[in-house]
Design a binder for this molecule. Sequence first.
Ligand code: ME8
Length: 654
Amino acid sequence: MPPFYITTPIYYVNALPHLGTFYSTVVADALARYHRARGDRTFFLTGLDEHGLKIQRIAEERGLKPQVYADGIADKFRETWQRMEISNDRFIRTTDPDHHAAVAEMWRRMRAKGDIYPAEYDGLYCVGCEESKTEDEVVIEGGEKLCPIHRKPVEKVKEKNYFFNLKKYAPYLLDLYKRPDFIRPESRRNEVASFVASGLRDISVSRLKKSVGWGIPVPDDPDHVVYVWVDALINYVTALGGPEAVARGDSDGDGALWAGAHHLIAKDILRFHAVYWPAMLESAGLPPPKGIFCHGYLTVKGQKISKSIPATRVDPNAIVAELGDTFVDPLRYFVLREYTLGGDGDFTYESLFQRYESDLGNDLGNLLNRTISMAHRYVEGKVDRFAPDPNALPFKLEAEAAWADFAPSRALEATWKLVRATNQYIEKSAPWALAKSPEYRPGLLDVLGRCLEALRWSALMIAPAMPNVANEILRQLGREEDAGTWPETWAWPGGNLTQPKPIFPRIEPERQASLIAKWMPAEAPLSPTSASASASTSGAPVAASPPAEIAIDDFAKIDLRVAKVVAAERVAKSDKLLKLTLDVGGEPRTVVSGIAAAYQPEQLVGRTVIYLANLKPAKICGVVSQGMILAAGDADVLALSALDREVPPGTRVR
Ligand code: ME8
């Protein structure tokens, strides 16, 4: 069995946990719990990214030393994760002393390889992204150069610092991407591979201490601090004992865990993990991680949940403060079951309450309650026989395959097949009828034993998602000793059944409505205050709630036309944008469109689309875009507009 080492991103201390960071952390936790239950050597790491200009400035604004500021936020994260039953083996902070040592060691190794060299840096920097930007990557508004993600001015930086020879690693990286499962899902792998294939630039990996003081000093050159992303990525190696331990892969320490390292991240930080990080590791003589799993964004009304857009803030702490700690497990279950890992998903409180009622209350809660009640009522709580269940094993195998495949939603779906099938089995075998005559007693015991065993299996199979609920079910079954294991054989081993106790109390509709009104005020502005992490075609933030009504005259101002794509190519150094040449009946038009993640250029040539002709031209990544094409989707493009029969380019669409 290979070891299983799972990491979350280390979150910036510029904000408190929200549903987005909760999601990544709960997914990692569930995977870790599953692998532990299977007996795999497991290590689960989460933590905080505390250095860099962004944090330095926030601390300054609050009149605090960065360390004092970071300590305060770190306490909040720790408390939150403890409350949410996050079972991390270490909570790493980039200000931890062993991390400083690991960063220094990695730096020395990369330098010894000849990959770090001094050079003049003259460019643009977005503090929000903590990343340099090229002229092509910024949008110009009101004469100012803005980061398309943060919509804030980028800063001009001109200083001497150290560079890393990233270009040299392009062939290595392209080769690495051929490994199945190195980057999942596959669409993300393709995106990264085409980014690397389009040409890499060397990256700046230090800043002058006098401009960014809050960081780890560059070994042997105290005038510089290590670039915050280089610092941050190394945390994954620090936690296993540092570069030496990982290079040796020593099995007596934690170094051997590296062979099973999986980084769970969202797509915002894919490039750092899939391009910079493996190149740094290779340079330092360390093997790459086993895999990078990139999940999508959770959104509210189509807008990415993000710390900088208050109306999208869904606060797991606030939910649990209101509904009690017993709601931690339902909330965990909801995010794991509702969203397919890898895709985007919209959050609503309505769907949270709905799953609580149906999956948890009606299916699982009901099964527990009725089974234990019947066992007490009909056979004094003593069940020493059980019937086989031909479907339990296939359901369990399905769940195992899904957990192994980073698919919590499918794993829980398979688990619920067992729960639901057992409820149906109760209806069909009608224990209440069997209880009427003593001659049916053996059959009655078989039915009840099968239900109890199904509950025991279900408890163990839901434990990665709902550890407390699992324990409570096992307690009611009198099977506490099974906690932390995975079901093996189908055989109800007997247990001291307690009195049934409902685990998912009903939340009355009026209560639900008033909570929703409190958490999601109807008037909450979703329009961008400052940021949307996914830039739309024009670089403007994605529109959120449905816009206000318009009159027909307003619509008449919009000039929609049929257009045919005659050429399509990637926009250099952008993984989101394609440059399209359109036949619109007259002069060909050029449009820059943010559809590169959903479509390959060659899929588009010859396609008919709907084109907004009278949009004011805008310069995007150095290309003048004349209008835009219509597509469906919010944070991500899901489908392109099309017509159901051929009409000539230029035809009006009304
Ligand atoms: O990027 N949906 O930290 P960060 C899903 N410090 N996941 C979300 C999300 C959303 N709406 N919003 C945030 C950083 N996340 C760096 C990482 S790692 C060496 C350094 C999650 O605080 C998701 O996992 O901005 C995303 O990748 C991460 O939070 C970004 O966290």
